[in-house]
Write a protein that binds this ligand. Structure first.
Ligand SMILES: [Ca+2]
Ligand SMILES: [Ca+2]
Ligand SMILES: [Ca+2]
Ligand SMILES: [Ca+2]
Length: 364
């Protein structure tokens, strides 16, 4: 409640610029001395700011967030507002043009990398809370990062041709993604990690044909070693995870590489990555809630789509999302999202000549 002092017959309006959570209950319109009553709704997402305009006098309300996703589970948040952005990558004479449509910052195209030589591995390497445009170049084994904090280029030679850089993520928990590659050596999968805080380390985890996965399955803020073993190896169709918190190893047989894309993410929003697959034959997301072990199946998307899960509404829960190309090559593709907070949304972005970062992040 705020009291307003105004002259007799001085009329004014009381307007919130965020009426969905900053609600004016009484006092609008006002005239003369009066009281304005407003309510602030609880915030389940990231920090936010709203204003109430009382006859030209601005009252600003800053509300802290409660549930911002830990850095490991954040994906494609180029403007750092806690929400996943739409990104599609175009081949322009071999230059990689990143068409980023940011949830708060709007459209910002960036030319960065080589479309044929580079793997797109965007992540937050400088730890400012914003995803950096980044690639790994196969021909010279070099990471190139456009740091969002100061818009400068960082180049770092790490890895060699044939390596897989898709698990570059925050292993040491300092909020900065680490350079990392996996390599099949004598039938084993070897992990090479250059921790931004912990330095170089290497270890064997998995076998050469395993598919390395991103994620923080125990929710300690550090990425875990994780792979999916496909149907042609033994034990088939199994997630293997070594938890960073206690080095415990678990194996969970789930899904099938014959029909499924492997899409671990934090769907229940408890800060722990959930075991999950998306079945390309029927468009169903199957996952195990880390919070209670519950098996869940949600139909979203259809055969031919590319799954691109992320937290598009910023409530800390990963949303089911797919990218669908139009049958006509020159028409826009569409991101379809089942937002955990806001429900269904569709956004036309990208086309059949482009790819999306999920191709490399999920190794698809
Ligand atoms: Ca950054
Ligand atoms: Ca962890
Ligand atoms: Ca979870
Ligand atoms: Ca969400």
């Amino acid at each position: 409640m705020i009291s307003v002092t105004a002259g007799t017959n001085c009329d004014y309006s009381v307007i919130s610029n965020a009426p969905d959570w900053l609600i004016v209950n009484a006092g609008n319109p006002g005239s003369g001395n009066g009281l304005v009553n407003f309510t602030i709704q609880p915030n389940s997402g990231v920090a936010r700011t709203g204003t109430i305009n009382i006859g030209g006098t601005i009252l600003t309300v800053n509300q802290l967030g409660t549930n911002a996703a830990p850095s490991v589970n954040r994906v494609l948040d180029f403007d750092g507002d806690g929400r996943t952005d739409y990104s599609a990558i175009q081949n322009s004479g071999d230059a990689m043009i990143w068409h980023n449509y940011r949830s708060a910052g709007g459209y910002a195209p960036i030319s960065f990398g080589s479309f044929t030589d580079d793997v797109a591995i965007p992540n937050d390497y400088d730890g400012d809370g914003k995803t950096d445009v980044a690639v790994w170049r196969s021909s010279n084994g070099t990471f190139y990062v456009l740091r969002s904090s100061n818009n400068t280029l960082q180049a770092f030679q790490f890895g060699q041709a044939g390596d897989n850089p898709n698990i570059s993520q925050d292993f040491d928990g300092d909020g900065k993604a680490d350079y990392a590659v996996t390599r099949a050596v004598n039938g084993n999968l070897i992990w090479y990690i250059f921790g931004s805080n912990s330095g170089f380390r290497t270890l064997q985890f998995g076998i050469g044909s395993d598919k390395p996965l991103r994620g923080d399955f125990d929710g300690d803020g550090k990425a875990d070693y994780a792979v999916y073993r496909p149907s042609n190896a033994s034990p088939a169709n199994t997630f293997f995870i070594r938890k960073s918190s206690n080095n415990e190893e678990i194996g969970v047989t789930f899904g099938s590489s014959a029909t499924d894309k492997i899409v671990p993410a934090d769907y229940d929003g408890d800060g722990k990555t959930d075991i999950a697959v998306w079945r390309s034959t029927n468009g169903v997301w199957y996952y195990l809630k880390s919070s209670n072990g519950g098996f869940t199946a949600v139909q979203f998307g259809t055969s031919g789509d590319l799954p691109t899960p992320g937290d598009y509404d910023g409530d800390g829960k990963t949303d089911f999302a797919v990218w669908r190309l139009n049958a006509s090559a020159n028409e826009a593709g569409t991101f379809f999202v089942q937002n955990s907070l806001n429900g269904f949304s569709a956004f036309g972005w990208g086309n059949a000549q482009m790819k999306i970062p999920a191709n490399s992040i999920l190794g698809q």
